[in-house]
Design a protein. Structure first.
Ligand code: FEO
Ligand code: CA
Ligand code: CA
Ligand code: CA
Length: 654
C-alpha cells in the first residue's frame, strides 16, 4: 500500500542554517516540541522528576530512562497493532546508556582503594548502580493524538506503559540458547539472562514487533584475573570483543558495590566475568556472552519477556532493518557492527514469508528469527561485493581455524567477529544505521567515521573506505564519515552478490579536498549515524558528530537519493580510487533540523499519516531539557509537526 506513494522530485522546504545555540531549529512552517524527558513518570503515584536527582532506582521501573535512542511508533486499534492507525499508538524507544555524573545526587562518585585487585580499585555506590541499571533498556509509552489534532500526549497509567531494564529477565533463543557458552549461575541451563543493555538503534519486524539492539555492552562488564584458565578459544573470543584480563570496564563499574561483609551481591557480581568458580554454573564468566544480540519485544504483550535472537549474531549491534517482504521468499535483515574496522551483516531466514504472520507477535519471531543464515559483507575494489556465510563447517569455520578453533555454530555466533575475520570480511568505518529504500530496494549504511582508517596497519584504505586525511591540524583517518549503498544481484535480497557505490561523502563544505559530494552550507554534515527511509522514499539522515560541531550542532537532513552507479569514478586525497554516487544540490539533500548544543540527534519514526515525526535528543549539553528552575540537562524525545497540521514535507509532495 505504501509503494504507490510517489516520491517528490525536489525538496522544497527552506534549509535550516548551521547553529550552535542551546535551542532547536526546525524548518520554517514546522514546530518542534520536547516530550518524555529523562525521569518522566509513566504512572500515577511516581513523583515528578526533580533536579536534586534523588529519584530512587526503583522508581525508574516506571519512569523514562536516559539517553533516548532508536524508536518506533506502533499504530494501535483496540488492543492490537495496526500499521495504518495514527490516532493512538505505542511509542517504543531505547534508553541507550547513562550520563553517570548527571544521574546521581552525588554526581559521579567512587570510593578508591589502591590495595584492592585492579578491577576493584574504584568502587561505586549500590544506589547509584541500581539507578543506572534501571535507566537503561526500553520504554513502551501509549500515546494518543491531542484534542486539537496536533501531535500526541502520553496516556499516563496505560496498561501498555512499561519499562524493560538491564535487570529484566530475558530469554535466549536460537542456536546459542542452551549452549555451554551462555550457562551462568543465574541460569545453569543457558536459556535465560538478566537484562538488556546499551540499546542503540531500533527496527520494526515485518510482523509488527520491536527489534532493539545491544551495542556497547562491553563497557558495563569487567574481567579480572581468571582463577581457572578458560579454553583458548573462549579467551581469544573475549579479547576479540575487547575484554582482556584486568579489564575494569568503562566508568560504570557496576560490578563493584560492596556491603559491610565485603562480599559483592549477586546483582552486581553478575557484571564481573572473571572465572572464579569450579565451573560456569558457579560464576558469571559467561554473563558477557549473554549480551550483544538483536532482541525482540512485543509491545502489545506487556507480560512477555524480551527474546534475544542469537541466530543474528553477537556483536555491537547498531540497528536492524528488514528488506521488503515477499510471499514465499525468506525474510532478510541488515545489520551493522559499530566499532572501528568492524563489519556489515545480513540474516536470511530459513522460513518463507507469509502475510498471515502479521500481528503474530513473538511466535512469528520464533518462526523467522531462530533459524537461518548469517552472512558478512565483502566489498571488492571494483564495485562488486559478496556475502559470505557464517556457517560452522564451511569455508574454514571449524576446529582447524587458527585464531579461534570453532567447535560448533554456537561458537561461530557468539564470536561472530572472529568468524567474520576468518572469512575475509571488509573492515568498515564504523557501520551504524541501515535502511532499505522502498523505491529501489537498495540498502544504505552510515559509516560514521574512523580515526584509524589509513592510520593503522590493520585498517588500510579500500575502495569502500577510501578517505584518510588531516583535519583540525591532525591526521584523523576518515574524520567525517560516509554513506555506502548497494543493490543485491537481480533485486533478490537473499542473493550472495551485489554492486555498491558510495552514496554520500560527509564533509564540511569548506574542506574542499574532502567534499567529494559537493555539499554546500545548506546540506553539509559530518558523522552520519541515524538513517531512515520513510515509506515515501525520503531518506532522513541524523548526525552524531564531534568533528564539525564548532560550526553546527548535530542535525537531521532530508534527502532524495538516486541509485547505485549513477555517479562517477573518483580518486580521494589519499590516492584511493572509488565511485561517488551523487552530486549534492538543494534539490536532493537539505538540512531540516538542528539540535541543541552538545547533543546527538538519533532515533526516528513517523506516524502512518506522515503528520508527526518523532526524533530523539541524546546527551544535550548546557541545560537543555532541565526542569523549570533546574540545571541538569536531560535527554528527551522531540515531536515535529507542521504548523498547518499537514503531512511532513507536504510542500515537496504537491
Ligand atoms: Fe549507539 Fe553506534 O551508536
Ligand atoms: Ca548511533
Ligand atoms: Ca554514533
Ligand atoms: Ca549515542
Amino acid at each position: 500500500a505504501q509503494g504507490n506513494l510517489k516520491r517528490p522530485d525536489t525538496l522544497k522546504f527552506t534549509a535550516v542554517a548551521h547553529s550552535t545555540a542551546d535551542t532547536m531549529s526546525v524548518a520554517e512552517g514546522y514546530q518542534a516540541e520536547m516530550i518524555l524527558p529523562l525521569g518522566t513518570p509513566l504512572m500515577s503515584g511516581i513523583a515528578d522528576w526533580k533536579d536534586n536527582r534523588e529519584q530512587s532506582a526503583e522508581s525508574f521501573e516506571w519512569r523514562m530512562g536516559d539517553n533516548h535512542d532508536g524508536m518506533w511508533f506502533f499504530g494501535k486499534k483496540g488492543n492490537a497493532y495496526d500499521a495504518k492507525a495514527s490516532k493512538n499508538g505505542l511509542l517504543v524507544m531505547n534508553h541507550e546508556y547513562v550520563n553517570s555524573s548527571e544521574l546521581s545526587p552525588f554526581g559521579y562518585h567512587v570510593i578508591s582503594d589502591n590495595n584492592a585487585a585492579p578491577i576493584y580499585q574504584n568502587r561505586r555506590l549500590a544506589s547509584d548502580v541500581r539507578r543506572e541499571v534501571n535507566c537503561h533498556g526500553v520504554a513502551v509509552v501509549e500515546m494518543t493524538r491531542r484534542a486539537d489534532g496536533m501531535g500526541y500526549e502520553m496516556v499516563k497509567d496505560s496498561k501498555y506503559n512499561r519499562r524493560i531494564t538491564s535487570s529484566t529477565p530475558a530469554q535466549l533463543t536460537g542456536p546459542v540458547a542452551g549452549s555451554d557458552l551462555v550457562k551462568t549461575k543465574f541460569d545453569p541451563t543457558g536459556f535465560q539472562t538478566r537484562g538488556i543493555n546499551n540499546n542503540c538503534g531500533a527496527g520494526l519486524s515485518p510482523w509488527g514487533t520491536y527489534l532493539t539492539t545491544e551495542e556497547n555492552f562491553l563497557g558495563v562488564f569487567a574481567r579480572g584475573q581468571d582463577a581457572e584458565q578458560l579454553s583458548a578459544s573462549h579467551n581469544y573470543g573475549r579479547e576479540r570483543y575487547g575484554a582482556s584480563e584486568n579489564f575494569p570496564g568503562w566508568e560504570y563499574l557496576w560490578h563493584t558495590p560492596y556491603a559491610k561483609d565485603e562480599t559483592i551481591a549477586d546483582e552486581f557480581v553478575r557484571w564481573d566475568m572473571t572465572a572464579t568458580g569450579a565451573d560456569a554454573t558457579e560464576d558469571y564468566r559467561n554473563g558477557f556472552n549473554t549480551f550483544g544480540y538483536i532482541t525482540e519485544i512485543d509491545p502489545f504483550d506487556r507480560h512477555s519477556a524480551p527474546q534475544k535472537r542469537t541466530a543474528l549474531g553477537r556483536f555491537a549491534h547498531e540497528n536492524c532493518a528488514y528488506a521488503p517482504v515477499e510471499s514465499g521468499k525468506p525474510v532478510v535483515f541488515y545489520m551493522g557492527d559499530d566499532a572501528r574496522g568492524e563489519y556489515i551483516y545480513k540474516f536470511v531466514s530459513k522460513a518463507r514469508w507469509s502475510n498471515a504472520d502479521i500481528g503474530g507477535g513473538l511466535k512469528a519471531g520464533d518462526k523467522y528469527l531462530n533459524e537461518g543464515t548469517l552472512y558478512v559483507a565483502v566489498f571488492h575494489e571494483d564495485g562488486r561485493g559478496e556475502w559470505r556465510p557464517l556457517v560452522h563447517g564451511q569455508n574454514g569455520l571449524d576446529a582447524t581455524n587458527a585464531e579461534l578453533p570453532f567447535a560448533g555454530q554456537d561458537e561461530v555466533l557468539v564470536f561472530a567477529r572472529a568468524a567474520a575475520d576468518a572469512l575475509g570480511a571488509t573492515k568498515m568505518d564504523r557501520p551504524e544505521w541501515v535502511s532499505v529504500s522502498p523505491m529501489t530496494g537498495e540498502v544504505y549504511v552510515t559509516l560514521t567515521n574512523n580515526k584509524y582508517r589509513g592510520e593503522r596497519e590493520d585498517q588500510p584504505l579500500s575502495a569502500a573506505n577510501p578517505r584518510s586525511y588531516e583535519a583540525r591540524g591532525k591526521s584523523r583517518g576518515n574524520d567525517n564519515g560516509h554513506i555506502i549503498r548497494w543493490a543485491e544481484a537481480g533485486g533478490d535480497h537473499a542473493a550472495t552478490r551485489f554492486e555498491w557505490d558510495i552514496y554520500l561523502f560527509a564533509a564540511p563544505s569548506e574542506l574542499a579536498a574532502e567534499n567529494l559530494s559537493q555539499l554546500n552550507k545548506n546540506n553539509d554534515l559530518s558523522s552520519p549515524d541515524g538513517l531512515y527511509f520513510d515509506p515515501r522514499g525520503v531518506l532522513w539522515i541524523q548526525t552524531d558528530d564531534g568533528a564539525y560541531t564548532d560550526t553546527s550542532s548535530c542535525m537531521l537532513l532530508a534527502a532524495l537519493p538516486g541509485q547505485v552507479n549513477d555517479g562517477a569514478p573518483i580518486t580521494t586525497s589519499a590516492g584511493q580510487q572509488t565511485r561517488v554516487g551523487m552530486t549534492a544540490s538543494d534539490d536532493n539533500i537539505k538540512r531540516f533540523f538542528v539540535g541543541p548544543e552538545g547533543c546527538e540527534v538519533t532515533g526516528i519514526t513517523m506516524t502512518p499519516d506522515f503528520k508527526t515525526l518523532f526524533i530523539n535528543i541524546q546527551h544535550p549539553g548546557n541545560t537543555w531539557g532541565a526542569v523549570a528552575g533546574g540545571s541538569t540537562p536531560r535527554s528527551a524525545t522531540v515531536m515535529i509537526t507542521r504548523e498547518d497540521g499537514d503531512v511532513i514535507l507536504a510542500e515537496s509532495f504537491t
